[in-house]
Design a protein around this ligand. Structure first.
Ligand code: ZN
Length: 184
């Protein structure tokens, strides 16, 4: 496939979200690799988001798996020593609100610290469970929408401090065989 520029914030976020949706359907079907129909889901969603015929409300209303329902670490699945973790670090304006809070074990909590979620994941050379990445992307998209950043260039965002690091928003996802929906 042709390499995308993705130089505008909304292109990068929507492309990442379209990839997430593609990965989600493939993992649910227990596919090892992506197939043509998965790529079609991605293309349709990306187009709909860019054109505005689909929006994040339609995307996020169907959240079936409640991250807070299970008493385990959202990142590694541990069940001991749990505390609430701010996905967007408090230090950078992350809120004390439900969408920004997940359970995390102490080791994950202190290892993540004030890092961006995806920055922390790449530092650990791993990829997050898809449902936690979905929550993260939702926060980033809503933040950018509320602060009129969606039409900005990636370069402009790099100049300022935000509660996320746009450069770490993933634009390519691993094969579905190596992904999980929630931490076990
Ligand atoms: Zn953990």
């Amino acid at each position: 496939m042709a390499k995308r520029e993705l130089s505008i914030v909304k292109e990068r976020l929507f492309w990442s979200y379209a990839n997430l949706a593609m990965a989600h359907t493939a993992v649910e079907r227990k596919q090892e690799k992506y197939a043509t129909f998965n790529y079609m889901i991605r293309a349709k969603l990306f187009k709909g988001l860019m054109e505005g015929s689909m929006n994040i409300r339609t995307l996020f209303d169907d959240e079936k798996i409640k991250l807070l329902s299970g008493n385990k670490c959202s990142y590694c699945g541990a069940t001991e020593n749990l505390a609430l973790d701010h996905i967007f670090p408090k230090k950078f304006g992350g809120k004390d609100a439900g969408d920004n809070l997940v359970y995390a074990c102490r080791p994950c909590n202190s290892s993540k610290g004030k890092k961006d979620l995806m920055e922390w994941m790449s530092y650990k050379n791993t990829f997050p469970p898809l449902m936690i990445l979905r929550r993260y992307l939702k926060l980033v998209i809503i933040y950018c929408n509320e602060n009129n950043l969606l039409e900005c260039s990636i370069e402009e965002l790099k100049k300022q401090q935000f509660p996320f690091n746009i450069e770490h928003v993933p634009v390519s996802y691993p094969k579905p065989g190596g992904l999980i929906l929630v931490a076990e």
